[in-house]
Design a protein around this ligand. Structure first.
Ligand code: SF4
Length: 127
């Protein structure tokens, strides 16, 4: 049996005559089988890896970071990201993920512990 993948979306060119929607014109069904077939192996491999992770007795030890909110906020955000003290480096206005990682790699998590020689952050606390 051949599987066909289709995408259905609104037809932006359709204009209703004010009486009754013509559903066969309101929606467009596009065959995207060629595009999805090209991704099939990659998706299967990714799913296989994800199932392996889900089958583990313990979650992987991964520190929270920019991956918690990018490209979207993880549903476990509040579990992994406990409230931070007011003087935590993450509270510095406009600090980049890269600078946070640099500070973390040096074991610095409090603003008062940032050395004067550290370039690229303003240590003024937000109001
Ligand atoms: S919040 Fe989500 S992405 Fe971030 S460490 Fe926890 S599980 Fe991973």
């Amino acid at each position: 049996m051949k599987v066909v993948h289709c995408l259905m979306h609104l037809n932006r060119d359709y204009v209703c005559d004010g009486k009754q929607y013509k559903l066969e014109k309101l929606f467009v069904i596009r065959d995207v089988t060629d595009e999805t077939s090209a991704l099939e192996k990659e998706v299967k491999d990714l799913l296989r890896e994800e199932w392996k992770v889900l089958a583990r007795a313990k979650p992987p030890e991964i520190e929270p970071g920019s991956h918690c909110t990018n490209p979207f906020t993880c549903e476990f955000y509040d579990l992994c990201n406990k409230p931070l003290p007011a003087d935590h480096v993450a509270n510095l206005p406009g600090i980049s993920a890269k600078k946070l990682e640099e500070l973390a790699s040096q074991g610095i998590d409090c603003i008062r512990n940032i050395p004067n020689s550290f370039v690229g952050v303003s240590t003024a606390l937000p109001n």
